[in-house]
Ligand binder design. Structure first.
Ligand code: IPE
Ligand code: IPE
Ligand code: MG
Length: 242
């Protein structure tokens, strides 16, 4: 009789969030400019989106540009937004085919108007798609999201619409950027880093964390399956005794 433990079956989480990291390192290792890594990262985005949609993930949140990323060189920022614009145009047929609904999480103020216009157009175009929700976190910070939520709740209290005693978890969730996206069950971060980098601070409170050693441009179906297999191994107790 074999004593080997069978590999766990992959389990598809309802909601997945990804910190897509390591584009720059991938490029540097290949002797290329950082931006080439961002370009290659688009292929990994396409694979991850279509594969998650195919497998029945309900919501996928991708960290594409953080509040802190505004501190990068302007040239890199410009190229990143150029790539984002290209993605939003070129991927529309794929989003429609896979019935993916696009959403944006983040502050709108600093985004260049053409980028905002494309985001809004794609959100409107995909509004009635009943498949996976694809939430792009762009100009996003978890702390900033909480600041914005607290401001909007404070305004409602000041206007008399809401009393402080009525503020609870559901009210706070309702004031976040995308309250309809379920809390991530699984958070994936690539390039071996073990930190949150200001991502989804409220929503992540009970997510399982999977760190993949590959850089984002190398993240494909095999790595996604490994993440879902790892997720399948987790015992989620939510504080209770099972
Ligand atoms: C992730 O890759 C992409 C963004 C943050 C926009 P990085 O650009 O952070 O790559 P590394 O971490 O420098 O390798
Ligand atoms: C986090 O990656 C932000 C995104 C993936 C968009 P960073 O590379 O910017 O984060 P740090 O600098 O490692 O914390
Ligand atoms: Mg990085």
């Amino acid at each position: 009789m074999s004593r080997s433990v069978p590999a766990p079956e992959p389990v598809v989480p309802r909601s997945v969030a990804v910190i897509m990291d390591g584009n720059g390192r991938w490029a540097r290792r290949a002797g290329l400019e950082r931006i080439r890594g961002h370009e290659r990262g688009i292929d990994a985005v396409r694979t991850t989106v279509t594969e998650c949609a195919r497998l029945g993930v309900e919501a996928l949140t991708l960290y594409a540009f953080s509040e802190e990323n505004w501190q990068r060189p302007q040239r890199e920022i410009d190229l990143l937004f150029k790539l984002l614009q290209r993605f939003l145009v070129e991927e529309r047929p794929t989003l429609m085919q896979n019935r993916v609904r696009l959403l944006h999480a983040g502050r709108r103020e600093r985004l260049p108007p053409p980028v905002l216009a494309l985001i809004d157009e794609t959100v409107a175009l995909t509004r009635d798609n009943a498949g996976m929700q694809l939430c792009l976190a762009i100009s996003y910070g978890g702390r900033q999201e909480l600041v914005d939520a607290m401001r909007s709740l404070a305004r409602r209290v000041a206007s008399g619409e809401l009393s402080p005693g009525q503020i609870g978890e559901a009210t706070i969730r309702g004031a976040l950027y995308q309250p309809g996206v379920p809390d991530p069950d699984l958070l994936i971060r690539t390039a071996g880093e073990q930190r949150l980098s200001n991502f989804l601070l409220w929503q992540i409170s009970y997510a399982e964390i999977h760190v993949s050693d590959v850089c984002w441009p190398e993240f494909g179906r095999e790595q996604l399956e490994a993440a879902f297999r790892d997720y399948g191994r987790r015992v989620r107790k939510f504080g209770k005794v099972l």
